[in-house]
Design a protein around this ligand. Structure first.
Ligand SMILES: *Cc1c(COP(=O)(O)O)cnc(C)c1O
Length: 411
């Protein structure tokens, strides 16, 4: 929950200050010195928390009084990170809950939306592969009906939601690897009318580009492994939602135990402070790279929402504050060999999966993110063998372009 005064501050200011310095400290005046507050929330490496009397512990455990009792339920370092995320996702009535991974967060969001036996869940066919597999192998196996739709075709979404009346609809603000941009306000109108919960995975968007709760979504999920932490050094996830989903997701977290650890929460919170700076630079770099690649003779097609020929350039201008830090492109040369030759020729960009790091990362989607997808489905989704995806970092753009061009010269 955020205070009004805090929410009136700008995004950049909240990224730095939100969540900090609110934890209650008991070190006060032990040896006559004044009470003090650390500037950065400490890492509370403590499994349990004690109170001055057992009645307080009783009320905290009973949920009648706020406080910390046991680390699977709550922890001050985790709570500080959660307050910062809730502030950045901008939702007055919403709470953030941090998890040990993006997948644990997505699982809790789906369970909180009561995707259970007899319920239907409608999901974007472009979803992150593990999310689609989670739906089928965990929720589907437990009796939920799992259906897929092209989430970037509004008519198809409207038709399917009308017919299926799903309990929940799961989409991504920006898809991988073609970077399609969802019309979240329009989809939210459709799901609201049908009484379906709209779950938006905002990992690629981040609250810097879009705040889906403000656009009508019910639950936001992040893999904080990516942009939110931003340095490629932790695995983490977040759910942001208002009632009743926040309480339900918290209960799932308590029982399943997918809570983030205090060390990871601290690193994620530290990374979050520079999210606006990183995103601004990454968006700028990505746009420059996209426009330079678009005119390169060895590049056939570039996907970036800033480009006029992107199918969602109009939607992107309406629902995103900038065009994002990911770029994908098809080489003029066909086939996997050309893509591998290009990747092997890179000297600065790091060949590694994941995204959203300060380093520029390059991957071959057909053999990484879409490895488990059948070749025919890959073809339909536009994930060709000569497609490369870049997660653009914060380096100097000329060094990145130099590296990409020298690698293109060598294929
Ligand atoms: C990485 C990712 C996930 C899964 O997150 P983990 O932190 O790896 O569990 C979910 N959705 C999207 C869009 C992702 O990129």
């Amino acid at each position: 929950m955020n205070t009004d005064k805090e929410q009136q501050r700008h995004f950049e200011t909240r990224a730095v200050h939100s969540g900090e310095r609110r934890a209650k400290h008991e070190d006060k005046a032990a040896n006559g010195q004044d009470a003090f507050y650390p500037v950065s929330t400490p890492i509370y490496a403590s499994t349990t928390f004690s109170h001055s009397n057992i009645e307080t512990t009783d009320r905290v455990l009973g949920g009648e009084e706020p406080g910390y009792s046991y680390a699977r339920y709550d922890n001050p370092t985790v709570a500080a990170f959660e307050r910062a995320i809730a502030s950045l996702e901008g939702a007055q009535e919403a709470r953030a809950l941090a998890f040990g991974s993006g997948m644990a967060a997505m699982h809790a969001a789906l369970a909180a939306a009561e995707v259970t036996v007899g319920a239907t869940v409608l999901a974007a066919e472009q979803l992150y592969g593990s999310t689609a597999t989670l739906l089928v192998q965990v929720f589907g196996a437990a009796g939920a009906e799992v259906r897929f739709v092209d989430a970037y075709n509004l008519e198809a979404v409207e038709k399917q939601v009308g017919e299926l009346r799903p309990r929940a609809v799961v989409i991504e603000s920006i898809s991988n690897p073609l970077l399609r941009v969802a019309d979240v306000p329009a989809i939210a109108e459709i799901t609201r009318a049908a009484g379906s919960a709209l779950i938006v995975d905002n990992t690629f968007g981040t609250p810097y580009l879009q705040r889906p709760l403000d656009l009508g979504a019910d639950i936001v999920v992040h893999s904080a492994t990516k942009y939110l932490s931003g340095h490629g050094d932790i695995t983490a996830g977040v759910v942001v939602a208002g009632a009743p989903y926040d309480g339900a997701a918290e209960q799932v977290r308590k029982l399943v135990g997918g809570v983030i650890g205090p060390f990871e929460a601290w690193l994620a919170h530290r990374g979050l402070k520079t999210l606006p700076l990183r995103m601004a630079r990454q968006c700028e770099n990505a746009q420059e790279i996209a426009s330079r690649l678009a005119s390169h003779p060895k590049v056939k097609k570039v996907n970036h929402p800033s480009l006029k020929d992107h199918p969602d350039s109009e939607v992107a201008a309406r629902v995103l504050s900038d065009a994002g830090g990911l770029v994908s492109f098809e080489l003029t040369a066909e086939g996997r060999d050309a893509a591998f030759a290009f990747l092997n020729a890179l000297e600065l960009c790091v060949k590694a999966p994941s995204l959203g790091d300060v380093y520029t990362l390059a991957i071959h989607p057909a053999t990484s993110s879409h490895r488990e997808v059948s070749p025919s489905r890959r073809e339909r989704l536009g994930v060709k063998e000569n497609l490369i995806r870049l997660s653009v970092g914060i380096e100097h753009p000329e060094d990145l372009i130099f590296d990409l061009e020298q690698a293109l010269d060598r294929i």
